[in-house]
Write a protein that binds this ligand. Structure first.
Ligand code: LLP
Length: 432
């Protein structure tokens, strides 16, 4: 489910009128629904309840302290990819002992921090990395818990920038050499082999690649369990969400009249639990997008309409620096006016930002209800990989973030000021 709907002609997040919120906090503005995040976490946990399952939320999807704190209080662990994320987890009240540390390029400082904080597992992506973790752990007189990330060479059938489980990707260790890699890792000092990890890609809209990968890797997991007494098998994240027509139904897994049936949690669980249960291990999931994607919107205002000879442009006050997914992955975000349309009339328009780049668009040739200057719209499904990928490009201050809980709106990150933009910068003193 998600908690965005029209009420009395205005788009609401839970009990909060988004137009009122925008009057108070300005635009562009990120707004998240607490109820939606909790619903997603609880539904996934319930689906996996037959397993000894630990959800390690992929922090990178939305790392606001309030979001992390919400999930930590539900019992979530965290998949992290940097020292900065580990710092956030601690600040948010998360447990480092439930953290897995992913990524192909962990630095010495990050490995030291992970060891000091006692993270659950370093998910290592190359033999060189394991050797380095062993060296750092030995120097610190600590034992480093590790898992290797296997690349199962399965096609996740997703956008090429977010596909990770094929041999040509930089991620993980090839399935064909993984056994030897474990043998060499086990022989290194100050290393404890704790598990096996994989992650085949993001925004998967079918369960089949997950099934294919788990079936392929399960025999290896059994072998590793017998040989090294591993405790866990992480099947990564990647559960896709629906980006189209979510508002009409109030569902985030809605297929309306579309032919393709997107992935539901029920299907994910019913296909994977029977394959995972016989392994008798802790199963780790690393969902990011599923947890927060449909729980967030970016509210923005139409500044100008520009009628060109070929197209009509609606120029809005949000830009690619605020939400880069359309520019980077041709990502689709549904667009909903904050005032409920009163007729079915639409007009084909491009929704573009103010930045001087052709990639600075949010929709092209999109049929939308007629918009006027000053109208506000919501870019939907912006809760994952939205604010976290924002930048100060064009010296644009980053938007504020709001977490809605019922009728209450909490500011969970203040809008940046101009002073924030130059924080840490200085002009060298020069001899005259
Ligand atoms: N685990 C690992 C090791 C990952 O690399 C990722 C995401 C996840 C879990 C979480 O995947 P999710 O459940 O969110 O699909 N910025 C892109 C997505 C990049 C995903 C990177 N890795 C986007 O906006 O589509």
């Amino acid at each position: 489910m998600h908690s965005f709907h029209y009420e009395n002609g205005s788009l609401h997040c839970e009990g909060v009128n988004l137009d009122v919120l925008a009057n108070e906090h300005g635009t562009p503005l990120y707004v998240y629904s607490q109820a939606t995040i909790l619903d997603h976490y609880r539904r996934l946990s319930a689906g996996m309840s037959e397993l000894d399952c630990q959800i390690c939320y992929a922090t990178k999807a939305n790392s606001n302290l309030a979001v992390l704190n919400l999930l930590a209080r539900e019992g979530a662990g965290f998949d992290i990819v940097s020292g900065g994320e580990l710092f956030r987890i601690e600040k948010a009240g998360g447990d480092p002992g439930k953290c897995t540390f992913a990524g192909v390029g962990k630095t010495r400082a990050e490995i030291e921090l992970g060891l000091e904080k006692g993270i659950y597992s370093f998910n290592a992506e190359s033999e060189a990395e394991v050797a380095f973790i062993s060296k750092v752990a030995s120097e610190m007189g600590k034992v480093a818990p590790i898992a290797l990330r296997v690349n199962p060479n399965v096609d996740a059938k997703t956008h090429k920038y977010i596909s990770t489980g094929k041999s040509e990707n930089k991620f993980g260790i090839d399935f064909s050499v993984i056994r030897e890699a474990y043998e060499r890792a086990a022989a290194l000092p100050n290393i404890k082999i704790r598990g096996l990890q994989m992650h085949i890609g993001s925004q998967l809209t079918s369960v089949n690649p997950f099934v294919e990968a788990v079936e392929k890797v399960a025999p290896l997991v059994q072998e590793l369990k017998e040989k090294y007494e591993i405790e866990f098998f992480s099947i990564g994240g990647g559960i896709g969400i629906v980006y189209e027509d979510t508002l009409a139904s109030g569902q985030d897994h809605w297929w309306g009249e579309k032919e393709e049936k997107p992935l539901t949690i029920e299907e994910y669980a019913s296909q994977l639990v029977p394959l995972l249960k016989p392994l008798g291990l802790k199963i780790i999931l690393e969902p990011g997008r599923f947890m927060v994607g449909n729980a967030g919107v970016l509210i923005t205002e139409v500044l100008y309409e520009k009628r060109g000879s070929a197209k009509t442009f609606q120029i809005i006050d949000a830009a690619m620096n605020d939400l880069i997914r359309p520019a980077l992955y041709e990502g689709h975000h549904d667009i909903a006016p904050l005032k409920e349309p009163t007729s079915d009339e639409t007009e084909e328009v491009d929704i573009v930002g103010p930045v001087c780049e052709s990639g600075d668009f949010f929709a092209q040739n999109r049929a939308l209800p007629p918009l006027e200057e000053g109208d506000r719209i919501a870019l939907l499904s912006a809760g994952a990989y939205g604010f976290v990928m924002a930048s100060n490009y064009n010296s644009r201050p980053m938007p504020a973030e709001i977490l809605v809980d019922g009728d209450t709106a909490h500011v969970i990150r203040a809008r940046q000021s101009f002073d924030d933009l130059i924080q840490g910068e200085s002009i060298p003193a020069r001899a005259e």
